[in-house]
Design a protein around this ligand. Structure first.
Ligand code: NDP
Length: 326
C-alpha cells in the first residue's frame, strides 16, 4: 500500500469534522490541493464527519433557518471541499512522524518503514469523543433520546422529563441549560457529592427544576425507536427503580482524540492539544503543524466554532507555507 517514494503534499488534513473540512475548503481554494484523511466508517472515535454524524437535527448552525440533519450538514461540507479539489481519502491515519520534514503520515500498517504520505504542513483535526456509559442500547438510541450535547438537542425536550448523568461542571451546565426546556431535570450522580465547582454546584442546588439523585447510576436505557425510560440503581442499597425520562444527556466528560500525536505535540494537562503560541490561533508546538476543532478546544465544542477554527488553521498553514517558499 505504501508508495516507496510518496509525493510530498503541501497540506495533509487529518480528520473530517467541521474543522477539518473547513480547513479543506480553504486550503483547496488557496490551491494547496489538500489531502484529507477522513477516517473510516467502522471506527467510532474517528468516523468521517465527526461527532455531527451522531446527532439528528442541527438547528443552531447559521445559514440553515429550518435546521439541518447533522449527517446531511457534514455531507454538504464534504461536497464543498470536493468541489474545490480536496482529495478526500476514506482511510484512518495510524501513525505520524512530526520530527522530520516533510512530515510523514501512515495509513494502514503503522510499522511500515516508509510513511504512506508526506506533507510540508499538517493540520490535525481529529476531534474529540464524549465519554459514554457503555450500556447496551446507548449507541443505538443516540439521537433518539440519548444525547451528549444539550446545546444541540435540548430544544427537542420542551416540557419533557429528562435525566442528566454526571456530576462535573459539564453535567451541571447541561442540566441548567436544559431547564429552559424540560419540565424537570434529574441529575444522576454516582457519588454523594458533585465534582463541579462550588459556583456551579450552587446553580444546581438553587434551580427548582433540578432534582439530584445521589449515589445513583443508570443500569438500563430502555426504548425501541426512542428512549422510553431508564432503570437506575441506588448504589448504596442496590435497589433498582424506573425513572421516566424521554431524554438522557450523558455528561461524564470528553476525550480528545490525540493518540496519534501523543509524545510529538504538546498537550495540556487535560489532554487537549496546546495551540496558539507564537502567532496564529492554530499553531502547535511543532512549526508547520496546525490544529483546529475539538481536539484543541474543551471550552466551546460547537460545530460553528470548530468550522471557524478550521478556517484559521487553513489560513495559518497557507501563510506559513508561503513564508517557507520564500
Ligand atoms: P469531569 O471529569 O470534571 O466530571 C465528570 C463527572 O462525571 C464526574 O462527576 C464523574 O463522577 C462523572 N462520571 C464519570 N464517569 C461516570 C460514569 N461512568 N458514570 C457516572 N458518572 C460518571 O468532566 P466535565 O466534562 O464535567 O468537565 C471537564 C473539564 O471541563 C473540567 O475541568 C471542568 O471544570 C471544565 N468545564 C468547565 C465548565 C465551566 O466552567 N462552565 C463547563 C464544562 C466543563 P466522579 O466525580 O465520581 O468521578
Amino acid at each position: 500500500m505504501s508508495d516507496p517514494t510518496p509525493a510530498v503534499h503541501d497540506v495533509i488534513i487529518i480528520g473530517s469534522g467541521p474543522a477539518g473540512l473547513t480547513a479543506a475548503v480553504y486550503t483547496a481554494r488557496a490551491n494547496l490541493a489538500p489531502l484529507v484523511i477522513e477516517g473510516e466508517p467502522s471506527s467510532t472515535s474517528d468516523q468521517p464527519g465527526g461527532q455531527l454524524m451522531l446527532t439528528t437535527e442541527v438547528e443552531n448552525f447559521p445559514g440553515f433557518p429550518e435546521g439541518i440533519m447533522g449527517p446531511e450538514l457534514m455531507l454538504r461540507f464534504r461536497e464543498q471541499a470536493l468541489r474545490f479539489g480536496a482529495d478526500i481519502r476514506t482511510e484512518k491515519a495510524t501513525r505520524v512522524d512530526l520530527s522530520s520534514r516533510p512530515f510523514g503520515v501512515w495509513v494502514g500498517n503503522p510499522e511500515a518503514p516508509e510513511p504512506t504520505y508526506r506533507a510540508r504542513a499538517v493540520i490535525v483535526s481529529t476531534g474529540a469523543q464524549s465519554l459514554m456509559l457503555g450500556l447496551e442500547d446507548e449507541g443505538r438510541l443516540i439521537g433518539h433520546g440519548v444525547s451528549t450535547c444539550a446545546t444541540c438537542d435540548g430544544f427537542f425536550f420542551r416540557d419533557h422529563e429528562i435525566a442528566v448523568v454526571g456530576g462535573g461542571d459539564s453535567a451541571v451546565e447541561e442540566a441548567t441549560f436544559l431547564t429552559k426546556f424540560a419540565s424537570k431535570v434529574t441529575m444522576l450522580v454516582r457519588r454523594d457529592q458533585l465534582r463541579a465547582s462550588k459556583i456551579m454546584q450552587e446553580r444546581a442546588f438553587n434551580n427548582p427544576k433540578i432534582e439530584i439523585r445521589w449515589n445513583t447510576v443508570v443500569k438500563e436505557i430502555v426504548g425501541d425507536s426512542k428512549l422510553e425510560h431508564l432503570v437506575v440503581e441506588d448504589v448504596l442499597s442496590g435497589e433498582q427503580s424506573i425513572l421516566p425520562a424521554t431524554g438522557l444527556f450523558v455528561a461524564i466528560g470528553h476525550k480528545p482524540n490525540t493518540d496519534l500525536v501523543k509524545g510529538q505535540l504538546e498537550l495540556e494537562d487535560n489532554g487537549y492539544l496546546v495551540t496558539g503560541q507564537g502567532g496564529g490561533a492554530s499553531t502547535t508546538s511543532v512549526e508547520g503543524v496546525f490544529a483546529c476543532g475539538d481536539v484543541q478546544d474543551h471550552t466551546y465544542r460547537q460545530a460553528i466554532t470548530a468550522a471557524g477554527s478550521g478556517c484559521m488553521a487553513a489560513i495559518d498553514a497557507e501563510r506559513w507555507l508561503e513564508a517557507q517558499h520564500g
